[in-house]
Design a protein around this ligand. Structure first.
Ligand code: ADP
Ligand code: MG
Length: 479
């Protein structure tokens, strides 16, 4: 029940992360102080303050899983400012998308066993309305729910926290829309959270189309100083360069950072020496695989397969190359990529497609045996030969050392740094160093770019007119 002056939260834990959220690992003794997001927090607190003065508020917090949407709400409502605002909180669940009124049942306690007889009566109506034969009763119920919320606002400011609205069912979306419209003058705050690109039409209607007056707060990647502070508060030390590199792979997602650190700690791979926290590994811990694969497994099988191939090909993702590697049309690949973008796994930055988090790419990469990886590279090679591109790499190629050429040859064959290291009897790090020199000399930034350039050079060389001796400088790009 909404009681003035008391913060009532339902269906969520003390941190508001009842979902199998990233970062909820084993019992952690570390402090997980809130980091960064000052402006976003200020906006929410400001809205709550205005609400406590009787002004309405409507906000939508957008961000990918683990970006800190629930935590931001926790922080906003946790301090004294909303002391005179009653808070009701509910969460939409992925597996309840076809259960009418799910998130509102949670937030408003519309259950048959509710202690409040009025809500218990509404709870019975919800149960009846869930019967497909009584679907026509649902719209009547929307009206009753609006009336209930209206009556709650009569006793004082009310904040309705509705989480994970990307999973909302149609009737909840309809009812929330009706509440926003009918109670726009009331001391009512509607604070919703959702993933960035809703792929649920009901959520899309509610969040994107119908209510442009809802203020949007977008949670992008946490800046690196805030991520560093998070690592410090969780481990007690400043991250070493190696740990920092791994943490960077989390792409500023605090949930992923916490999952990573939890996993490293559980595996005994996290050490704190003096002021520095360090790790011996350059690989994400095994426990992260489960978290990442659980996230990917929500996507259709075809899309998952595409992502695994994309992880093998590396970045930047080129749709034509991906299509060539999986033997499908560009249109089909684009449709799957769009789903992966909606799930926050692929992102477009400055017009370039890539994995949102390098850690996710590395984990997907590991899903495919090394022997199979080269198949995809070969398919791309063939496609590029057919496309027949220029041979810009040829001149610069002459500047590479023998060891660097060896590394390139293996990269083109689709081997990872570790695998190349094993073949050349050097460490993966040495391979990495060679590769960084190669990239610098050839003016490139990725394995795919390198592979493509080498293949193009070979294609040019293999054309009769361009055979050594026939070309302008008599040189070739032979590896
Ligand atoms: N700014 C932050 N500072 C510290 N920890 C954070 C921050 N944002 C999120 N977290 C932590 O990261 C994890 C995931 O956050 P959560 O709010 O559940 O993400 P979301 O609701 O967006 O899926 C939680 O353990 C949360 O406490
Ligand atoms: Mg959440």
């Amino acid at each position: 029940m909404a009681v003035q002056g008391i913060v009532v939260q339902r269906g969520v834990g003390p941190r508001g992360v009842g979902a199998p959220a990233l970062g909820q690992g084993s019992a952690r003794a570390w402090s997980d102080a809130f980091q960064g997001r000052e402006r976003e927090l200020e906006r929410l607190r400001c809205a709550l303050h205005m609400l406590s003065q009787g002004d309405p508020a409507r906000m939508l917090v957008l961000g990918e899983t683990g970006s800190g949407k629930s935590r931001l709400l926790d922080e906003a409502v946790s301090n004294a400012s909303p002391a005179r605002v009653a808070i009701l909180r509910g969460r939409a669940l992925e597996f309840e998308m076809d259960r009418p009124f799910g998130v509102l049942v949670d937030a408003l306690d519309l259950r048959v066993d509710s202690l409040d007889p009025h809500r218990a009566a509404l709870g019975r109506l919800v149960l009846r309305a869930r019967d497909p034969a009584r679907a026509e009763e649902r719209h009547n119920l929307v009206r009753r729910i609006v009336e209930l919320v209206d009556s709650l606002c009569c006793t004082g400011p009310l904040a309705l926290l509705l989480e994970d609205m990307q999973w909302t069912d149609v009737m909840s979306a309809t009812a929330v829309g009706a509440i926003l419209e009918a109670l726009s003058e009331r001391p009512l705050g509607v604070f919703m959270t959702s993933r960035k690109l809703p792929f649920n039409p009901a959520a899309h209607d509610l969040l994107e189309r119908a209510h442009p007056e809802v203020e949007r707060v977008e949670l992008d990647a946490l800046p690196s100083d805030a991520v560093n502070a998070l690592v410090r508060s969780l481990t007690g030390g400043q991250p070493s360069p190696r740990l920092a590199r791994l943490v960077t792979g989390a792409g500023g997602n605090p949930g992923l950072v916490i999952t990573l650190l939890d996993g490293l700690r559980d595996d005994g791979m996290l050490t704190v020496m003096g002021e520095t926290s360090d790790t011996d590994t350059t690989e994400p811990p095994a426990s992260m695989h489960t978290v990442v694969m659980a996230r990917v497994s929500r996507l259709p099988d075809r899309c998952q397969d595409l992502l695994i191939v994309a992880a093998v090909l590396g970045e930047p993702l080129e749709v034509a190359m991906l299509a060539a590697a999986v033997g499908r049309s560009v249109i089909e690949v684009l449709a799957d990529l769009r789903q992966a973008m909606a799930a926050g796994i692929i992102a477009e930055v400055d017009g370039i497609l890539g994995f949102r988090h390098e850690l996710v790419r590395v984990i997907l990469y590991k899903q495919i045996p090394a022997s199979t990886r080269s198949i995809f590279h070969r398919r791309v090679d063939i496609a590029l030969r057919i496309a027949g591109a220029g041979a810009t790499v040829v001149e610069r190629w002459q500047t590479l050392t023998k060891a660097e050429r060896e590394v390139v040859r293996h990269v083109v064959a689709g081997l990872s740094n570790r695998e190349i290291g094993q073949r050349l009897f050097v460490s993966a790090r040495t391979v990495e160093t060679h590769l960084s020199h190669v990239f610098a000399k050839l003016g490139m930034s990725s394995r795919v770019e390198l592979t493509g350039a080498v293949v193009r050079a070979e294609a040019v060389r293999d054309r009769p007119a361009d055979k050594p001796g026939a070309s302008s400088n008599g040189k070739n790009g032979h590896i």
